[in-house]
Design a binder for this molecule. Structure first.
Ligand code: MGD
Ligand code: MGD
Ligand code: MO
Length: 777
């Protein structure tokens, strides 16, 4: 039986943690970390004030130029991001949106509506904005969707062919107790950053990474971190060896570690024979039998900028020790991003420890709180999205390409497809004007659709780039249920405060529109919010019961404020069942085993993703001739003070800015060469754009590498014009908008060269946190 929370505890959930609601004389006054969280996320408490910010959208608003121009006027979209808004009543806004959906669907069909609406939304399981958009558009006959994610574009396409669906990996990473008890060598590529493990989709109520790493170190585990950034993993002094690798070259190192293992005869031939296919083919490549190039330590060392002797010695240590090969997701958010994941799987297979406690590979410990959690896997409430009658889709990061070239061809997962012709874009719960690459290019493509409808909470760049902006509530302003994968709690997220202005729940907005469009029954199924919560909870209770956990009645759950998940009787050991019996527990790959050579991928014939893990020079890297003009590698990692662009306007995020801009971390010697002092405003630029940032020195970077976290609200002087400055420091002003490969078309943001210079003269003021201009309609 799931235990009720202690009486009197009022909790709410966010992607960044669970929070206790503080009250004085019955009135809510703030949020404090849930007392059961051993290591609360410092991002959290500032959300209380941020959700009350003057930047919250108060009323529906429509861009003036959109109201004035007819749908077939080619200039209708040109003013996006530049023209003022007219505030309108809900009645007027809903009439406009419903009318526009009707017109576009009747004239051009459902395949002219793009409703992918990628984004993290908020934590509740019912008011999950992205799911609500999909459900709503499905009720109208469907929409063009996206597949995969920005997080794991290359990984999601690759992994099912060669090992398993991503979901298995996310939900079955060795728990921290297992790592501490068994892993003796933790070889990481891109570390295991504490800042990232602070979040978890849907909820992260018990943060375990810091204690997990410390316990492993205490138990004698050694850590080797290949990363351009030393701080990517924090373990006690003496336990860590930092090998500052050139960005984008990890595959070469992994190939070399595998090659050295095989050459020395230390590979696990029994495991390779019983659990893998294709080893011989891959070994031909590693040993240079097919191309005459032996992928050994001497070969990899000059590519990656790491010592050959250390690679050779490390290969021997890995074979002799319980070793976990850990790979940050950032590595696959890059040109040829499939390769570091596949090479790590290959390396771990050669070592033969996959499925042993604390051994094998992890993809990954670090990117979210889920991986390493000891709690049970109990699928929480989930909003059904309905069925989509439209077949057309895009790989998520191809949105600009789609808008720019209707009918154009693209390859994905072995099939050649065509981009649909999009007339209307509908977005709720994501911020493409923070998350997509090459934002000026997106801004130019964004002029093409006839209409852009956005539900937002705040006046960020995404809202400012829309035609019709509908104000959405936050989690604190509505009833919901919170639960993340392997989380410790399921939370009754009871409404804490009233919504600002006229903000409405996404559900209420869609229910109204569905009513106007004759799809109310399909969308609401006759339920109000509370009816839905009880219904979804009931469905989850059936799934939990099958897993042996009884949930109380909904009303009891709601009154108690949530339940604690009972302890897991078993440690979490990834791939244990497959290791024990690879026939009975065959993988979902074509062979049922780990594929070090994939006939299926080879048959796709992708020149940029052959049948086995291989090294390719990235399109931009420090070893390329392009580095002569733009000699610094820009990494755009996840921000430690917020979740993507969410909460960038919070006091906690603002306190981290340098001269009001997003900090650019750079090595003091790289700064000195450019006459840059700490705290200076700098220009970061390449041919795709230029942004300002505040210089922050970091000796723990490899020379030639600079780091600008994602999430600063985009603040371009002129959206679409690459010579105009983003005054605030969003790295996607600079990143490349080309897919990782023709297999996945995944986001490849980390493949990016730039130059940095001191900003001379008076820097323009940041205007990201200003409201748009309003005029009377
Ligand atoms: N250069 C570079 N770019 C990257 C990455 C990178 O590593 N480098 N990482 C990528 C990755 S992994 C990801 S996941 C993406 C993240 O990109 P997103 O998920 O798009 O980023 P968020 O800022 O979380 O966007 C959520 C938006 O939804 C709004 N919102 C929140 N709750 C609600 C709600 O209930 N209703 C409505 N209507 N709106 C709501 C928020 O105000 C916010 O604007 O960024 C990607 N972009
Ligand atoms: N606080 C906070 N946590 C988050 C998020 C957030 O916005 N804020 N976002 C969440 C989301 S949506 C996701 S998908 C995950 C992403 O999780 P990841 O993709 O793993 O996170 P990143 O911070 O992008 O990258 C991790 C580290 O990889 C290193 N790195 C980058 N390129 C290379 C390379 O070529 N080689 C090597 N060896 N290292 C490299 C960088 O130094 C970086 O610090 O994080 C999640 N966690
Ligand atoms: Mo992500």
């Amino acid at each position: 039986m799931a235990r009720a929370l202690p009486v009197g505890l009022e909790l709410t959930s966010s992607h960044w943690g669970a929070w206790e609601v503080r009250r004085e004389a019955g009135q809510p006054t703030g949020l404090a970390p849930w007392r059961g969280d051993p290591d609360p996320n410092p991002i959290g408490p500032a959300m209380w004030a941020a959700y009350r910010s003057p930047l919250r959208i108060q009323r529906p608003a429509v861009r003036a130029g959109w109201l004035e121009r007819a749908p077939d006027d080619p200039r209708r979209g040109e003013g996006r991001g530049r023209e003022p808004f007219v505030e309108v009543s809900w009645e007027r806004a809903a009439t406009l949106v419903a009318g526009e959906l009707r017109r576009v669907i009747d004239t051009h069909g459902n395949a002219s509506v793009f409703g992918g609406s990628y984004g993290w939304s908020s934590a509740g399981r019912f008011h999950h904005a992205q799911s609500q958009v999909h459900r709503f558009l499905n009720a109208l006959g469907g929409y063009v969707r996206h597949v995969d994610s920005y997080s794991l574009g290359a990984g999601r396409a690759l992994l099912p062919h060669v090992v398993c669906p991503v979901e298995y990996l996310l939900a079955n990473a060795h728990d921290w107790g297992t790592v501490a008890a068994h892993t003796r060598l933790f070889v990481s590529f891109g570390g295991a950053p504490e800042k990232n493990a602070r979040v978890g989709a849907g909820g992260a109520s018990e943060h375990g990474l810091r204690a997990g790493l410390a316990a492993a170190a205490r138990a004698g585990c050694r850590f080797v971190n290949f990363s351009p950034v030393r701080a990517d993993i924090e373990v006690p002094d003496g336990a860590l060896e930092w090998i500052p690798i050139r960005p984008g070259t990890d595959t070469a190192v992994m190939l070399a570690l595998a090659c050295e293992t095989v050459r020395a005869g230390r590979h696990d031939t029994a495991f390779l024979a019983s659990h893998c296919v294709g080893f011989e083919r891959w070994a031909d490549y590693l040993l240079g039998r097919d191309d005459g190039v032996v992928k050994d330590a001497e070969w990899a060392a000059p590519i990656a900028g790491v010592p050959a002797a250390r690679l050779r010695a490390l290969a021997a240590e890995m074979a002799a020790t319980r070793t976990l090969v850990n790979v940050a997701w950032a590595l696959q958010r890059a040109d040829h991003g499939e390769q570091p994941f596949w090479a790590a799987i290959g390396l771990a297979s050669v070592l033969g420890q996959v499925g042993l406690p604390g051994g094998g590979f992890s993809l990954a410990h670090g990117p979210a709180n889920t991986m390493g959690s000891r709690h049970r896997l109990l699928p929480g409430p989930l909003l059904p999205q309905g069925t989509n009658a439209v077949e057309a889709f895009i790989p998520v990061a191809r949105v600009t390409d789609m808008l720019m070239s209707p009918g154009g061809a693209f390859d994905y997962n072995g099939v050649s497809r065509r981009y649909p012709d999009i007339r209307l874009v509908y977005w709720a719960g994501g911020n493409p004007f923070h998350h997509h690459q090459d934002l000026h290019r997106l801004a130019r493509a964004w002029r093409r659709p006839e209409t852009v409808v956005v539900h937002e909470q705040v006046w960020n760049a995404h809202a400012k780039m829309a035609d019709i902006v509908l104000p959405a509530t936050s989690t604190l302003e509505r009833d919901d249920i919170g639960h993340g994968t392997r989380d410790a709690l399921m939370i009754a997220m009871r409404r804490v405060v009233e919504p600002p202005g006229e903000a409405r729940d996404d559900y209420a907005i869609f229910a109204d529109l569905a009513q106007r469009l004759g799809a109310a029954d399909a969308y609401t199924e006759g339920r109000d919010v509370r009816g839905w919560l009880a219904h979804l909870y009931g469905e989850a209770a059936v799934r939990w019961a099958k897993a042996g956990v009884e949930l109380p009645e909904f009303e009891t759950f709601w009154a108690a404020g949530g339940v604690q998940v009972p302890d897991n009787p078993e440690p979490v050991v990834g791939f244990a069942a497959f290791r024990a019996d690879p026939v009975a527990n065959a993988l979902a790959t074509p062979s049922g085993r780990i594929e070090l050579y994939s006939e299926r991928i080879a048959a796709f014939g992708c020149a940029d993703c052959p049948g086995h893990p291989a090294w390719f020079e990235p399109a931009e890297w420090l070893g390329s001739t392009l580095a002569a003009r733009h000699p610094l590698h820009l990494l755009s990692d996840q921000p430690h003070t917020k979740l993507h662009s969410q909460l960038d306007h919070s006091a906690y995020s603002l306190a981290n800015k340098v001269a009001g801009r997003e900090p650019l971390r750079l090595h003091p010697l790289d700064a000195a060469e450019r006459g840059i002092a700490e705290g200076d405003v700098v220009r970061v630029f390449n041919d795709r754009g230029v942004c300002l940032a505040g210089a922050r020195f970091d000796e723990g970077l490899r020379r030639g590498v600079v780091v600008l976290a994602t999430g600063a609200w985009w603040d371009p002087e002129s959206p679409g014009d690459p010579s105009s400055i983003d005054r605030h420091g969003n790295p996607n002003t600079l990143t490349r908008d080309v897919g990782a490969s023709s297999l996945s078309q995944g986001c490849a943001a980390q493949t990016c060269l730039v130059e940095v210079a001191r900003f001379e003269g008076e820097a323009p003021e940041v205007r990201a946190f200003e409201l748009p201009r309003f005029v009377r309609g």
